[in-house]
Design a protein around this ligand. Structure first.
Ligand SMILES: [Zn+2]
Length: 492
């Protein structure tokens, strides 16, 4: 397919220079956004549209069989006369994912009728669960490994507790269950089932420490991580339950269904920096000529640069050999569905994705003329991002407008980050207190935790090495584990 860059070299250069700057300042751009999608909850009361959305979402999650970003999967449902056509895009391994999805849809369409007739739905559900576990085996293994150190930490804490209470003893037994080894496929199923059964445990929910019985929050610490991985391990069981219910109660979701793949394409070379890229130059391109706001911003950015080597990290990113922008799966589907003028059930232009949208995907979808459903977003910056392919002059123009809008969003985020961080530093007493400038920077720049971390690390002897690693897009997957909706769904 023809690339869409013929109108955009200058636009793309200007977009990436502020995107890189924003990533250097901070990866997280704010709280998670819910979008227009449904909150987690029970499904007995759901109508056809809600059940269709949940079905697509759980299919995506089951297709995304590797941890990291390679198998992030997006699915949309086109309304055609013979039944739903499920469009699917994945960052990689598309053929394997397609075969799996076809098999699952076939199971849901045919076998469930037989089992329902025999009042043996739970048998079908178990079979579906086993299929999901088999496909997700590598992911389950990784979660199991990640869970173990946190379980060990808690067990050691109990062992060191001077007077373990009854509650702590119960907590110890609860934790030990998660130490069972993974050997056969059955053991993987049993472990996922175990996580599902324990997902509502008070040890994951209550706001007190089960060992000391003191009031605590679940915002950090091993129990937060245990809760996160238990939630992830539940996924195959949860999907099997929902999809069995969907097939039994909403068979139209699967009758006559078909699968259509769309590749999100390969990675691209990153944009080349303009010769002599400077913070002064980037700043000047962010504001209208003669804007008084430019002076304040430029001064603030230079001040931050003197403490945190902002420019050095921006330039380091442009030299990173691992930087490979790619079209994210949900955007690949969005453009092909829009171009083909696909018809949607209930006119619900919903694209499910196994991971929440990144900052750029979210704003691209919100700025798109197709009025697609706003997705949930983790609001993080990923530099391995690029706009999808479009064809034809009209679509080039539309995409240029979207990218202009997105560039404005990124610039606005940069301005807020820089001014907020600078004002915080200015407000703080000077270093006569004995606190070094870099420590002041760390303690006051909560609006920019990444920058604060980088500044802190650079105050020590690891300064040179931290520049490359902290700003490296190559070290980040498209959707790291942090961007998944973590934790346990408390109500199914
Ligand atoms: Zn994205």
């Amino acid at each position: 397919m023809e690339r869409s860059l013929q109108l955009q070299p200058k636009l793309m250069r200007r977009f990436y220079e502020v995107l890189v700057l924003l990533r250097v300042l901070s990866q997280v751009q704010g709280a998670k956004l819910c979008g227009d999608t449904l909150e987690e909850g029970g499904f007995d009361h759901l109508g056809a549209m809600e059940m269709r959305r949940k079905t697509m979402y759980h299919l995506c999650v089951m297709c995304d069989y590797l941890k990291g970003g390679d198998t992030v999967t997006a699915i949309a449902s086109e309304n055609i006369p013979c039944g739903p056509r499920y469009w699917i895009a994945a960052n990689d391994h598309l053929e394997k994912i397609k075969c799996f999805l076809i098999e699952v849809l076939k199971m849901l369409e045919t076998q469930v009728e037989m089992e329902a007739y025999n009042s043996e739905l739970h048998v079908f559900e178990q079979r579906l669960f086993a299929k999901f576990v088999s496909f997700q085996k590598a992911r389950i293994k990784q979660y199991w490994k990640l869970l173990q150190p946190h379980v060990e930490t808690e067990l050691k804490r109990i062992a060191l507790s001077p007077e373990p209470r009854d509650n702590a003893s119960e907590y110890r037994e609860w934790l030990r269950a998660f130490k069972s080894p993974l050997t056969t496929l059955d053991s993987y199923s049993q472990f996922s089932q175990l996580a599902y059964d324990k997902r509502r445990s008070r040890f994951l929910r209550v706001a007190y420490d089960p060992i000391t019985m003191e009031a605590v929050t679940m915002e950090s610490g091993p129990r937060k991580d245990i809760r996160h991985y238990v939630g992830r391990l539940c996924a195959p069981r949860r999907a099997a339950t929902l999809l069995t219910y969907a097939a039994a109660n909403h068979p139209a979701l699967f009758e006559g269904s078909s699968v259509q793949c769309h590749s999100s394409g390969s990675t691209s070379k990153p944009p080349a920096a303009r010769g002599g890229l400077t913070l002064e130059g980037i700043s000047a391109r962010m504001f209208p000529n003669g804007s008084p706001a430019l002076l304040e911003f430029r001064g603030a950015l230079q001040s931050l640069d003197s403490k945190g080597s902002i420019l050095a990290r921006v330039l380091s990113q442009y030299q990173d050999q691992k930087w490979r922008p790619r079209v994210h799966a949900e955007l690949a589907l969005l453009e092909v569905l829009h171009e083909r003028k696909c018809s949607f059930y209930d006119n619900d232009k919903y694209i499910a994705c196994s991971k929440a949208a990144c900052f750029c995907c979210y704003h691209y979808i919100c700025g798109h003329q197709g009025t697609f459903t706003r997705p949930p977003s983790h609001n993080k910056i990923y530099l391995n991002w690029e706009p999808p392919d479009v064809r034809g002059q009209a679509r080039y123009s539309e995409q240029r407008n979207i990218m202009n809008g997105l560039t404005v969003q990124v610039r606005q985020a940069v301005i807020e980050k820089v001014l907020n961080a600078h004002r915080s530093i200015k407000w703080h007493p000077d270093s006569s207190t004995g606190i070094t400038p870099s420590v002041v920077f760390l303690s006051e720049s909560e609006v920019s935790p990444d920058l604060a971390r980088q500044s802190s690390s650079m105050s020590g002897s690891s300064r040179a090495s931290s520049q490359g690693s902290q700003s490296s897009a190559g070290s980040e997957s498209h959707e790291s584990e942090d961007c998944e909706d973590g934790g346990v769904s408390l109500v199914q």
